[in-house]
Design a protein around this ligand. Structure first.
Ligand code: SF4
Length: 64
């Protein structure tokens, strides 16, 4: 699985960081989240899907 964030949509509410901090990191300079892995480790895939579902502006793009 790969995951990315559409920075034109991310409103920086940090929810994805709370759901899966191993994959999403909050960038204090940009006031947005960023992805810190190239490939999502399999044991974090469910958490990434949950983060994507909960992302209100639908900024998280999951490639299965
Ligand atoms: S949950 Fe969505 S809007 Fe919130 S910080 Fe993460 S990518 Fe941005």
């Amino acid at each position: 699985m790969k995951v990315s964030i559409d920075y034109s949509l991310c409103m920086g509410d940090k929810n994805c960081n709370l759901v899966c901090p191993e994959v999403f990191e909050y960038d204090e300079d940009q006031l947005q989240s960023r992805v810190i892995v190239d490939e999502v480790p399999s044991h974090f895939e469910d958490a990434v899907r949950k983060a994507a579902r909960e992302c209100a502006p639908e900024a998280i793009i999951v490639e299965e």
